[in-house]
Design a protein around this ligand. Sequence first.
Ligand code: FES
Length: 155
Amino acid sequence: MVDEKLNRLNRILKDYSDAPGPLVQVLHRAQEVYGYLPADVQLRIADRLEIPRSTVHGVVSFYSFFRTEPRGEHMISICTGTACHVKGAERIVDMIQEALGILPGETSEDGRFTLQDVRCIGACGLAPVMMIDEDVYGKLDRKKVEATLDLYRNA
Ligand code: FES
């Protein structure tokens, strides 16, 4: 499995080795393969593309869509944009933190959930809103949060 991922990464690096300015594309594709960008993958990319390691690390750190830690099986994204903030997003964040025992940016011990806060996901009319993976859940209150988490816990 690990070798398969390494082979895929090597193919990606080969595909981009002659293209100009491929770093962000390579990082995206590497993250698709690994689910995140661990240090050894960043080093391999830097060496193969002949880019300073600090440059690769800088790009990974700059863009919020790059992850340096493995993510859980399900990504919970709680909207803390203006409309959701006004409708009590803070309470929703607290409920989920309490239920899962993790803070935004962390993954639960069992590897099931990663929590992140995001700005407006374009469903302001349903505020307060969260997404679990690609599914949107709106007009959240304690009961809905608990029922929704249970759907994924028991899946
Ligand atoms: S502010 Fe939360 S969906 Fe727009």
